[in-house]
Design a protein around this ligand. Structure first.
Ligand SMILES: Nc1ncnc2c1ncn2[C@@H]1O[C@H](COP(=O)(O)OP(=O)(O)OP(=O)(O)O)[C@@H](O)[C@H]1O
Length: 273
């Protein structure tokens, strides 16, 4: 039976001072062990969902649960949920707090009050895993954007979250750094973690995700495997989201011969992902 890590049930959220609610009865369940993608227009509420997911914001009404238990908004429980739900912001500058890479990665562990030897061990492991050992003593503000993104994921992964949430992780990255990042995420998933990524890159969603959520105006409109979701061309066009390039071609009225070739390409994309 499918287990769910994080669940939102009829969640409403309005930013203080705002006239309009951002989440409008959002119900969504994040399945354990999957690579989930979250798509939706700018401003539909993806980042807001993430900020409620790890307890940074509290719903005005509705329930946010972790492994079937509603979150309790006290200091102790929030500290626990923030270890289980790791949130990587779109802009690494929002996340990086210390002056060197090593200090930055150890920051969260120091806050947890772990023994020095354990902090040292875990930081060393993560530096190796993320290929950051050579950069350990480097000032963070000397790093490239791709390196900063890697550090911001390492900052979160060192806390061993069960669910890693990434807000547009490939934004502004070039092809090489996007590929490296996707390799890193593949490894994180193979290590048994659940991933939830917001992105506007539908081709990436098609290649990478095994479950897709579609949001609009603070609500969940559609969910399913990439194949099931991207078949819903009419709805996706209504939501002004479009479809991955390969589906655009398939929907484009191909000749039977062309259809066979595109279908082969589609199978190849899925095989390589
Ligand atoms: N601090 C805030 N105060 C008031 N309104 C906010 C605040 N942060 C976000 N909003 C509003 O909430 C809505 C949802 O924003 P959110 O950042 O969650 O969208 P998003 O789906 O992540 O967008 P994008 O794809 O552009 O990142 C937008 O209308 C935004 O203007």
């Amino acid at each position: 039976m499918q287990e769910y890590l994080l669940e939102f049930e009829q969640v409403y959220y309005t930013y203080p001072g705002s006239q309009q609610s951002t989440l409008n009865g959002l119900s969504i369940k994040i399945p354990a062990g999957k690579k989930c993608a979250l798509i939706g227009q700018n401003g539909c509420g993806k980042t807001t969902l993430f900020l409620l997911a790890n307890g940074l914001y509290k719903p005005n009404s509705g329930i946010v649960s972790w492994c079937g238990k509603p979150l309790i908004y006290n200091r102790q429980d929030l500290s626990k949920i923030r270890q289980k739900v790791g949130l990587v912001f779109q802009d690494p500058e929002q996340q990086i707090v210390a002056s060197t890479v090593e200090e930055d990665i150890s920051y969260g562990l120091c806050n947890l009050g772990l023994p020095t030897a354990e902090i040292k061990y875990r930081v060393e492991q993560v530096l190796i895993e993320f290929g950051l050992t050579k950069l350990a003593d480097k000032p963070v503000h000397h790093l490239s954007l791709g390196q900063k993104k890697r550090v911001s994921i390492a900052d979160v992964m060192v806390l061993k979250p069960q669910l890693l949430i990434l807000d547009e992780p490939t934004a502004y990255l070039d092809v090489k750094h996007t590929r490296n990042l996707m390799k890193t995420l593949k490894q994180i998933h193979q290590d048994g973690n659940t991933l939830l990524m917001a992105t506007h890159d539908l081709d990436l969603v098609y290649r990478w995700a095994d479950w897709v959520f579609v949001m609009d105006k603070g609500q969940l409109m559609l969910e399913g495997t990439p194949e099931d979701v991207f078949c819903q061309q009419t709805l996706l066009e209504e939501l002004e989201l479009g479809v991955p390039l390969i589906y655009e071609m398939l929907f484009d009225g191909l000749s039977p011969e062309e259809e066979i070739i595109i279908e082969r390409v589609r199978q190849r994309i899925l095989k390589d992902s």
